[in-house]
Design a protein around this ligand. Structure first.
Ligand SMILES: [Mn+2]
Length: 192
């Protein structure tokens, strides 16, 4: 039985009235799902693109990550577009289904302290034909992962995840490095 604990932080860039990032997380009986979207451009245009993601995932969270990415892509037609990453933790199989298109990064350490960092697909979602790649990452009883938009820079992801023993501690360790030059969103997740 997997226990999940998560922590989220978001900040709008300096002087911005609306944030161009959006995040989503949902705890279900069989899975946990979380996502970050970074809308292209700035202000309301960016916000309107990013805001598509939470609406889609809330409604269709039972579907595969690939399908959710395709749904977001379709819903972004006619908008500026967004970078989106989705992680879905399946308790029964102890696997994380993960996909990222654009500049949202993810890091994970497993019980052997091995760092895993799926490389995002280049580009962004804006309604054009898109091949969606999905990674399946196995996790063990004690694993941590971390996702962030490009308003955050992590210099030593392995140390960050190894040295901080809770989701909240990971977030607290990163907050002092946020420079507010861009919208900044991060989600830390601990699986025990
Ligand atoms: Mn950004």
């Amino acid at each position: 039985m997997t226990m999940i604990s998560s922590a989220v932080y978001r900040a709008a860039k300096q002087h911005a009235t609306v944030a161009g990032d959006a995040y989503f997380e949902k705890y279900s009986e069989d899975y946990y799902i979380c996502s970050i979207a970074d809308g292209l451009g700035s202000g309301e245009m960016a916000q309107q693109s990013a805001a598509v993601m939470p609406i889609i995932i809330e409604q269709y969270s039972d579907e595969t990550v690939e399908r959710l990415m395709q749904r977001c892509n379709t819903a972004l037609k006619g908008r500026r577009g967004a970078a989106i990453a989705i992680a879905k933790v399946h308790y029964a199989t102890q696997q994380i289904e993960y996909s990222s298109i654009g500049n949202v990064q993810m890091y994970m350490v497993n019980e052997n302290d091995k760092l895993i960092y799926p490389i995002p697909q280049a580009g962004f979602l804006s309604g054009r034909h898109q091949v969606v790649k999905t990674d399946r990452i196995s996790y063990q009883a004690i694993s941590r992962f971390f996702m962030h938009s490009d308003g955050i820079t992590i210099r030593r992801p392995a140390e960050l995840l190894k040295n901080n023993s809770s989701a909240d501690a990971i977030i607290q360790a990163v907050i002092p490095t946020v420079d507010f030059k861009d919208d900044a969103t991060m989600i830390a997740v601990e699986l025990t």
